[in-house]
Design a protein around this ligand. Structure first.
Ligand SMILES: [Zn+2]
Length: 252
């Protein structure tokens, strides 16, 4: 289990510091394959939008930050939710970002919001995560999630508490940079019982970049230049997080 940054500041041997560097970032484009995600009024699929944003973001992270980028999917394939955090853990990822588009029955809903794993699985946390968790209907082994929401949830959430502060920090930076770069309104940093975040052993967030159900947002998402701007905002947030976090670790 990792120690939170605040406790690690006194440890500054080279080897220990190396362990804490944000050298591997895991990008998780939501949905894929038989799971299209949310659909726009004209049939535009969330899975295509978020994959494109993730690939743009990953290229910038590799090129401009010199980090290793691991994707849970790089093509239009189906990946079960519980496998996504496993991919991140196996890659020894230092950050996990799940990228999505929001959808609401109220077509006027707009703006971005970014989520952390809720420390307790309250009714509210279940309700918030419902839309994104629904995708398990496409999965064969759904039983696994019953275990995840039982006693395993408490264990997973407790493990996550060690880097909750960092996840919160990253989520706040993501929202700040969306507002600055995209001029969209932020619906804030929230908590939910997201299956995809449950197993991640690193700071992690799920970000809803905007509403595909909103006609204006949908037109924006369809433009490559706008998807690039979303990627730019995420890039700036990750860069800010990396700089701040590594400064704390290295104590300079
Ligand atoms: Zn989604």
């Amino acid at each position: 289990m990792r120690k939170p940054a605040a406790l690690a500041t006194t440890i500054n041997t080279d080897e220990t510091s190396q362990k804490w560097l944000i050298d591997t970032i895991v990008l998780d484009p939501g949905h894929g394959g038989r799971d299209p995600g949310a659909l726009g009024a004209d049939g535009t699929r969330e899975k295509d939008i978020v994959l494109d944003i993730a690939l743009r973001l990953g290229r910038m992270l590799e090129r401009d930050l010199g980090v290793k980028v691991v994707y849970t999917r790089k093509t239009d394939v189906f990946v079960p939710l519980h496998q996504r955090s496993k991919i991140a853990n196996n890659a020894n990822g230092k950050l996990f970002i799940s990228i999505h588009c929001n959808s609401h029955d109220n077509r006027r809903a707009s703006g971005s919001e970014t989520f952390l794993l809720a420390p307790r699985l309250t009714e509210e946390a279940i309700r918030i995560a419902e839309a994104e968790n629904q995708v398990i209907r496409f999965e064969e082994n759904q039983e696994i999630y019953k275990e995840m929401t039982g006693s395993q949830y408490i264990v997973a959430a407790a493990a996550q508490s060690t880097f909750l502060k960092e996840s919160e920090d990253l989520a706040a930076m993501v929202e700040k940079h969306y507002t600055k770069k995209l001029g969209t309104s932020s619906r804030g940093v929230k908590q939910g019982g997201y299956y995809v975040l449950m197993g991640a052993s690193m700071p992690n967030v799920l970000t809803e970049t905007g509403f595909i159900s909103n006609r204006t947002d949908l037109q924006k998402f369809k433009r490559a230049s706008y998807r690039q701007q979303v990627a730019d905002a995420l890039f700036l947030a990750i860069k800010e997080f990396k700089n701040k976090h590594e400064k704390q670790i290295l104590g300079n």
